[in-house]
Design a protein around this ligand. Structure first.
Ligand code: DC
Length: 224
């Protein structure tokens, strides 16, 4: 059977996961959050006192890691290190930074490639990340590049962190977003960029509902 895939790429805090989750629910597709996979690897590096920015530190860890993903009947993606559910822990700000650093290592990207592609061979997927439309699923049926101003993205991320009980301030979150943009776009291995055949959607100033309506329309038009 041939499975459909929808690729949603864009910078941190653009609302990719919220939108991808809703589109997946609307179409009955599997939602795959690839950032969570990099985050799990970043957490593993931190726990092993490895510098996630140094490939010499990270490469020897790869054969040791047991990373697993599971989509329960609730449709939510849970991440496991061995048998430990780390779904919540990988959202901590220091894990965000570790994930951004570790994702610049080509050996890491190659290591995670099959895991991501295999899912698209077994399910209709909505997959979000940084290089889904450009590298992981270059033949995706729909490609969307979702973005918003850095200030809008920082505000959303700030509210999300507060709701998770993190004690932080807006300026710190904005600085972190700008730094992650710089790293994710500036790296040599699969940098964040819009695929030539992706539809650009800028959600600056839009409500979640408006953004969702626009994205759903883009998806429907691509399938017509
Ligand atoms: O989407 P996120 O913020 O959870 O992703 C965490 C980091 O992982 C992000 O800084 C960049 C990296 N990443 C990547 O390089 N490629 C992907 N497909 C997904 C995430």
């Amino acid at each position: 059977m041939k499975y459909n895939s929808i690729a949603i790429d864009g910078p941190s805090g653009a609302g990719k996961s919220t939108m991808a989750k809703r589109i997946a629910a609307e179409l009955g597709y599997l939602y795959v959050d690839t950032g969570a996979i990099y985050r799990t690897l970043g957490l593993f590096a931190l726990r092993n006192n490895a510098d996630p920015g140094k490939w010499e530190d990270v490469e020897p860890l790869l054969p040791q890691i047991s990373i697993r993903m599971d989509h329960g009947t609730d449709g939510l993606q849970h991440m496991y290190l061995g048998n430990e559910d780390v779904t919540e822990e990988i959202r901590r700000p220091e894990v965000s930074t570790a994930a951004s650093k570790i994702s610049a290592i080509p050996q890491v990207r190659a290591f995670l490639m099959d895991m991501q592609r295999d899912l698209s061979k077994q399910h209709h997927v909505v997959m979000d990340g940084r290089d889904i439309g450009t590298v992981v699923l270059p033949h995706a049926n729909v490609k969307i590049f979702l973005t918003a101003s850095a200030e809008d993205r920082a505000q959303r991320r700030y509210e999300e962190l507060l709701s998770r009980g993190n004690d932080t301030d807006y300026e710190t979150v904005l600085a972190d977003i700008l730094e992650r943009d710089r790293r994710d776009m500036g790296r040599e291995a699969a940098p964040l960029r819009q695929a030539e055949d992706a539809v650009l959607v800028d959600t600056t100033g839009n409500s979640l509902e408006e953004s969702f309506r626009i994205l759903l329309q883009v998806v429907r038009e691509c399938f017509q």
